[in-house]
Design a protein around this ligand. Structure first.
Ligand SMILES: NC(=O)C1=CN([C@@H]2O[C@H](COP(=O)(O)OP(=O)(O)OC[C@H]3O[C@@H](n4cnc5c(N)ncnc54)[C@H](OP(=O)(O)O)[C@@H]3O)[C@@H](O)[C@H]2O)C=CC1
Ligand SMILES: O=C1CO[C@H](CO)[C@@H](O)[C@@H]1O
Length: 318
């Protein structure tokens, strides 16, 4: 039986399901099937980006499931993102139009600025996303993300996107957006997991009525570790899981929801896709939450190639 995911209200009145399916690395072909499996399992929130090269596949999966009568368009919440090379205001509308047309699902629920860090525009092909000079250095752009935001605001009036938001922004950068915003960001998508739980940024966003999506919720277990303490294999997390008849992965997701984030785990495994959404029939105790919060490690995804960028967001505390 598919699970019902609760939603929370965004500051513009729309609702977002508190857990979604991430799709980074879900390539064309494989992605259609994965998203269909996720929808069958009960996911109604899908996260992607122009960068992930799978907007066509996600649109296809959603249209197929609508045709099968499993969902209606309005049941789904679809997020995509403006890539760094499109920060110059003159490129924002065209970049959005390309994503919008690739999806072909009538409207986009949430369009995020992927990061505050512009990179030089090199074209709209996927091969143009990481432009480098002859020596192999990243070609950056110093377009102010506030100007990019103003161009994103124009998109809302078109009706093709319902909400706009941010990703990888720190609190100072969010403040700069809020100073000029005619349309307030509804969301900031950042890394959050038991090694890097972002409590201060979550608190800051809450004060400004901005929801926080948690990317990398599992800490990308196949690709890295949580430094010296991996919550997924931690004996005490496994023991907490036994108490609720859940896996450690489910305990991590419940923790992220309990501290007020919206996790978007990715999985290629059918059983884990189903498990990851089956986290709404229990709640952790305060002590268990504190234990999960005691993991300390570095970011899994620190965007090191962009560390020298004028707007690199991760040098401040939060
Ligand atoms: N805004 C941004 O800059 C970024 C956004 N994102 C978004 O966030 C999403 C999630 O982050 P992602 O980077 O994919 O990393 P995750 O932390 O979600 O890790 C994904 C990996 O975790 C494994 N996994 C998933 N569920 C479980 C489980 N229950 N138990 C054990 N292992 C599990 C999966 O392996 P298996 O397939 O074997 O199950 C998969 O390889 C992305 O897909 C993307 O949509 C990600 C990074 C940056
Ligand atoms: O969304 C993303 C997925 O992860 C990548 C890093 O591995 C990021 O560069 C990107 O922002």
């Amino acid at each position: 039986m598919s699970k019902q995911v609760p939603s929370i209200r965004l500051n513009n009145g729309y609702e977002i399901p508190v857990l979604g399916y991430g799709t980074y690395l879900a390539q064309e072909g494989q992605c259609v099937q994965l998203v269909k499996k996720a929808i069958d399992a009960g996911y109604r929130h899908i996260d992607t980006a122009f960068l992930y090269e799978n907007e066509v596949a996600i649109g296809q999966a959603i249209r197929d499931k609508i045709a099968e009568g499993v969902i209606r368009r309005e049941d789904m919440f679809v997020t995509t993102k403006l890539w760094n090379t499109f920060h110059d205001p003159q490129h924002v509308e065209e970049a959005f139009r390309r994503s919008f047309e690739m999806f072909n699902i009538g409207y986009i629920d949430l369009f995020l600025m992927h990061s505050p860090m512009g990179q030089q525009f090199a074209g709209y092909e996927y091969s143009d996303m990481q432009p480098k000079d002859e020596a192999g250095n990243m070609l950056l752009s110093e377009v102010d993300y506030v100007e990019t935001w103003k161009a994103m605001e124009q998109l809302v009036a078109s009706g093709k996107v319902r909400s706009i938001g941010l990703s990888n922004f720190n609190s100072e950068q969010i403040k700069r957006i809020l100073e000029v915003a005619k349309v307030k960001p509804v969301n900031n998508q950042v890394e959050a997991n038991p090694g890097y739980d972002q409590r201060k940024l979550i608190q800051f966003c809450k004060q400004h009525d901005i929801t926080v999506t948690a990317y990398g919720p599992m800490g990308r277990p196949h690709r890295t570790t949580y430094g010296n303490r991996n919550a997924l294999s931690d004996p005490k997390v496994i023991e907490i899981g036994r108490k609720y008849n859940k896996t450690s992965g489910q305990i991590i997701l419940r923790y992220l929801i309990d501290i007020g984030t919206i996790p978007i785990p990715y999985s290629t495994n059918e059983e884990r896709i189903r498990q990851n959404i089956d986290v709404f029939d229990f709640k952790l105790t305060d002590e268990e939450i504190e234990y999960l919060a005691s993991f300390h490690s570095e970011r899994t995804i620190p965007f090191l190639p962009l560390k020298s960028h004028k707007y690199y967001p991760f040098n401040t505390e939060f």
